[in-house]
Design a protein around this ligand. Structure first.
Ligand SMILES: Cc1cc2nc3c(=O)[nH]c(=O)nc-3n(C[C@H](O)[C@H](O)[C@H](O)COP(=O)(O)OP(=O)(O)OC[C@H]3O[C@@H](n4cnc5c(N)ncnc54)[C@H](O)[C@@H]3O)c2cc1C
Length: 499
């Protein structure tokens, strides 16, 4: 019998995940990827013996990947070697104060009692609230394609009274920052905990309280690193997909979509070739797809942030840094106001400094250090001329770091390059250079994203960080699995999966 054919447009984490999950179910799946390497943002640049991960550097919830591999008949451990990091983050502040995020709730409570004994009780209460939010997310949001709270109620997953209780339990009247501020007084601990919604490019002052599930995930599920770099995740996904007979076409950019009123008829690549299939999955940025087919795109206010990335190869090893470090801003209120409201690069930004060579010598030449900086910045609205401003901003960032104890220049930089929000937009065709799709903003609305099932085309699913359940590697992978479940009409197939 002829196997049903699925075409996946985009070979990022979401595209690869949907492709692997559908190929595992017996479909014949082909991926069209515009770039010459697979993985989208989950990728790497090789330079002078360094392997620089291009985007993601922190892996949370590896259980999503384990589930995907298990369902493909394989064991993730045979494809990836994961290391659980402790400390998870080292946090630095302008006044010289510093502390670590520790792996495990008990260890973190010890760290809180060392740095802010007055907050131990509050931290324990916050952990309790975040656990509740994590359980609600697991039972009602993970692996689900809900567009709003009415979808949750209609689904029958939570019925009548139970559904009302659910709506109350997600604390719909609170922002994330309000929940943290209720329990934590130490300003530094508060700022670090309030930084967690930045994992998905959102502001703690505009995100719903239910995102406190990130606190539970952080301390109870760990911060992981795949040996060889985060790019190994894409390689592992592509390998398993091809082992099962899936086909990847690189260097194939889709430039047109042929549609009729209710369905997609095919995708046309730049060489005018028409690619057709029985069903389609779009892993492109959903706004870019909408632009191609003449549907409305989201307003700037709806989008999460972008970022500036800097890649450094250092001849001298670093001291006193951990694998993940955050050099915080003086005022995160001002910082997030600039990023989300004023759409300006903040002049005292929080700088994330990742040093993977501390955990993994394979990503740098011997006795050298691989350093990656990420500075969250506004989407590319055109108000900053990034082509001329980028070197100035990178200088400002380096000076800030030097003033806070990490002087990259003093470590003999032998390799350096950087990317602006505009460069990111061009490299992966993301709408206005966004990194994380739609912001999780709004006390209630922030919990929902665009659905995986297309509203307009019956034979089209979306997969990736710009749609349900949202951005970040684990959620993008989950998104691909939801698209696969929708397509096979097995929407409840992941119910009961514990992450
Ligand atoms: C700098 C940076 C740091 C990050 N840090 C983290 C982190 O630490 N942890 C974490 O979990 N997440 C992180 N993220 C977010 C994470 O990378 C994304 O949420 C996730 O990788 C998105 O996957 P995706 O499949 O949705 O999108 P993408 O990776 O963007 O994949 C989409 C693919 O579609 C292709 N494509 C687009 N248009 C076309 C077209 N017309 N024709 C053919 N192909 C097309 C693109 O080339 C791309 O390969 C970070 C992202 C960046 C950029």
């Amino acid at each position: 019998m002829k196997r049903e054919k699925i075409l996946v447009v985009g070979g990022g984490a979401g595209g690869l995940s949907s492709a692997l999950s559908l190929q595992s179910k017996g479909f014949q799946v082909e991926i069209l990827e515009q770039n010459e390497t697979i993985g989208g943002k989950l990728n790497c640049d090789l330079m002078d013996g360094y392997t620089f991960d291009t985007g993601p550097s922190i892996l949370t919830l590896p259980g999503v990947l384990e589930e995907l591999f298990r369902r493909s008949g394989a064991d993730l451990q045979d494809y990836l070697e994961l290391k659980n990091l402790d400390p998870q983050w080292r946090c630095f502040f302008h006044d010289g104060f510093h502390f670590d995020f520790r792996n495990g709730e008990e260890q973190m409570i010890e760290e809180v009692s060392r740095i802010a004994p007055e907050d131990v009780d509050g931290f324990v209460k916050l952990m309790k609230a975040s656990k509740r939010h994590y359980q609600i997310s697991q039972d009602n949001f993970f692996f689900r394609d809900y567009g709003d709270v009415f979808d949750v109620i209609k689904s029958g997953n939570a019925k009548s009274l139970e559904a009302m209780k659910l709506v109350v339990d997600i604390d719909p009247l609170k922002f994330y920052s309000e929940l943290v501020e209720k329990h934590i007084r130490n300003p530094h601990l508060k700022q670090a905990l309030e930084h967690l919604p930045q994992y998905i490019g959102s502001s703690p002052f505009l995100s719903p309280a239910i995102l406190s599930c990130l606190i539970y995930i952080q301390f109870n599920r760990g911060c992981w690193y795949p040996m060889g770099g985060m790019n190994q995740i894409s390689k592992a996904l592509a390998k398993r997909f091809e082992e099962l007979g899936g086909i990847i076409h690189l260097g194939q950019k889709v430039s047109r979509v042929q549609t009729d009123t209710t369905s997609v008829r095919g995708f046309e690549t730049e060489d005018r070739k028409l690619w057709t299939a029985d069903e389609y999955v779009v892993n492109m940025d959903a706004n870019c797809f909408n632009g191609l087919v003449g549907l409305p795109v989201q307003a700037d206010e709806k989008l999460a942030c972008s970022g500036v990335t800097v890649f450094l190869g250092l001849k001298k090893r670093v001291k006193d840094l951990a694998h993940h470090n955050f050099f915080f801003s003086r005022s995160h209120r001002d910082e997030f106001r600039d990023i989300y409201d004023r759409k300006l690069p903040h002049q005292d930004p929080t700088v994330y400094v990742c040093v993977p060579s501390l955990s993994d010598p394979s990503v740098a030449p011997k006795d050298r250090e691989n350093v990656f900086l990420l500075i969250h910045s506004p989407i590319d609205t055109g108000s900053t001329d990034w082509d001329s401003y980028l070197p100035h901003y990178v200088d400002l960032v380096k000076k800030k770091l030097a003033g806070m104890g990490f002087d990259a220049t003093a470590h003999d930089i032998e390799v350096e390059f950087s990317r602006s929000p505009r460069d990111i937009g061009k490299k992966w065709s993301t709408y206005k250079g966004n990194i994380y799709g739609q912001a999780s903003h709004g006390r209630l609305a922030g919990a929902f994203k665009q659905k995986n099932q297309s509203h307009h085309f019956r034979n089209l699913q979306f997969a990736g960080g710009t749609v349900n359940p949202g951005a970040g590697v684990p959620m993008s992978i989950m998104s691909g699995m939801i698209a696969g479940a929708n397509l096979t009409k097995k929407r409840e197939e992941y119910q009961g999966v514990i992450l």
